[in-house]
Design a protein around this ligand. Structure first.
Ligand SMILES: C[S@@+](CC[C@H](N)C(=O)[O-])C[C@H]1O[C@@H](n2cnc3c(N)ncnc32)[C@H](O)[C@@H]1O
Length: 273
C-alpha cells in the first residue's frame, strides 16, 4: 500500500489540529484545572510534559546551530521553547504594545513569553486557525488575569488583523512551526503582516533551512517537506521582500534548533519601521 497523499489544505489542518491534537490538549488542560490546578505556569508545564511524552533523560539526536548533537530529550525539547520565548522577549522594546503569535496552536509559546517576563503592558494576541486551539488559549488565559490576552481566528492564506486594537506602535510578531504548514505563502497575503503596527519585529521559527541552501541543509529535509506538503517558498518570499527593501533582515540562523534529527527549525528575524 502506498502512503497517503498529503494535501495540506484547510481540511487537513482542521482534521490534524482542530479535531485530533488540540481537543486532546484541551481535555488535558480542563482535567488539570478540575483537579485543582490554578497556576498558569503549572498547567502549562504539566500539559507540555504530557504532550512531549515525558522527554526525560533519554538520549536523542538533535540539531543545534546546524550541527547534529546528542542531547537528553528534556533539554532538547524544553530548551527549544525557552529559546523561542527568550528570543521574542529580546526583540521587545519599551514601547512594544503587542506580542502576536500567528498559528499559536494551544498558546504554549505565547504564554511562555509572558511567564518568562515578556512585556507587562503589552497585549498578547494568540491568533490561530482552529477553534480547539483558541479554546485552549481562552481557558489558560482565564488563569492569569494580569495578562492581557486575546485570541481570534486567523488564516495565513487570508490574513485579517481586524481583531487587533490599532494603532500599535511596536509589535513583536512570531511564528513557531506554523507558517511551514502553508505549502506556498502568497507574497501579497504575507504583506498584510506589515499593517499590524507602525514598527514590527518579526521572528519565524520554521523548518525552512533547506530552502536557504545553507551549509548543513540536507536533502532529507527537503524530501520530508515535499512529501508532507510543508512550505517550500517562505525563504524566497522573505528574500524578495528584503531585496525590495520592504523588510530589513536582522538575523538568519539556518538550522538553529531541532529536538529531532530531521527537519530542524531555522530563525529569520526581520524588522520594518
Ligand atoms: C505544529 S502546530 C504549532 C503550534 C504552535 N505554534 C506551537 O509551536 O506549539 C501548527 C499550528 O499551525 C496552525 N495552522 C496551520 N495552518 C494554518 C493557517 N493557514 N493559518 C493559521 N494557522 C495555521 C495549526 O492549526 C496549528 O495550530
Amino acid at each position: 500500500m502506498g502512503r497517503e497523499q498529503v494535501i495540506r489544505d484547510a481540511s487537513w489542518i482542521e482534521r490534524e489540529y482542530g479535531e485530533d491534537k488540540w481537543p486532546a490538549v484541551l481535555d488535558r488542560i480542563n482535567s488539570r484545572i478540575a483537579a485543582g490546578e490554578r497556576s498558569l505556569s503549572r498547567v502549562i508545564s504539566l500539559v507540555t510534559r504530557w504532550e512531549l511524552e515525558n522527554p526525560g533523560l533519554r538520549a536523542v539526536t538533535s540539531v543545534a546551530l546546524g550541527e547534529r548533537i546528542r542531547l537528553p530529550a528534556s533539554l532538547a525539547w524544553h530548551g527549544l521553547y525557552a529559546l523561542v520565548s527568550e528570543a521574542v522577549i529580546a526583540a521587545s522594546r519599551n514601547d512594544t504594545q503587542a506580542i502576536i503569535d500567528l498559528g499559536c496552536g494551544w498558546g504554549r509559546s505565547l504564554f511562555e513569553v509572558w511567564l518568562r517576563g515578556g512585556p507587562r503592558e503589552a497585549t498578547y494576541h494568540a491568533l490561530e486557525f482552529t477553534r480547539a486551539g483558541r479554546d485552549c488559549v481562552q481557558v489558560l488565559a482565564a488563569l492569569e488575569p494580569g495578562m492581557r490576552a486575546r485570541t481570534a481566528r486567523f488564516d495565513f492564506r487570508a490574513p485579517d488583523f481586524a481583531s487587533l486594537d490599532k494603532p500599535i506602535r511596536h509589535a513583536v510578531v512570531f511564528t513557531v512551526s506554523s507558517l511551514h504548514q502553508v505549502p506556498l505563502v502568497n507574497l501579497d497575503a504575507y504583506r498584510r503582516l506589515f499593517t499590524v503596527a507602525d514598527s514590527i519585529d518579526c521572528l519565524h521559527f520554521e523548518q525552512f533551512g533547506w530552502q536557504m541552501n545553507a551549509a548543513g541543509a540536507v536533502s532529507a529535509d527537503r524530501d520530508y517537506a515535499l512529501r508532507n506538503d510543508y512550505n517550500r517558498n517562505l525563504w524566497h518570499v522573505l528574500s524578495e521582500l528584503s531585496t525590495n527593501h520592504e523588510i530589513e533582515i536582522v538575523d538568519v540562523l539556518a538550522d538553529l534548533v531541532g529536538p529531532q534529527e530531521n527537519y530542524p527549525m531555522s530563525l529569520v528575524h526581520w524588522r520594518r519601521s
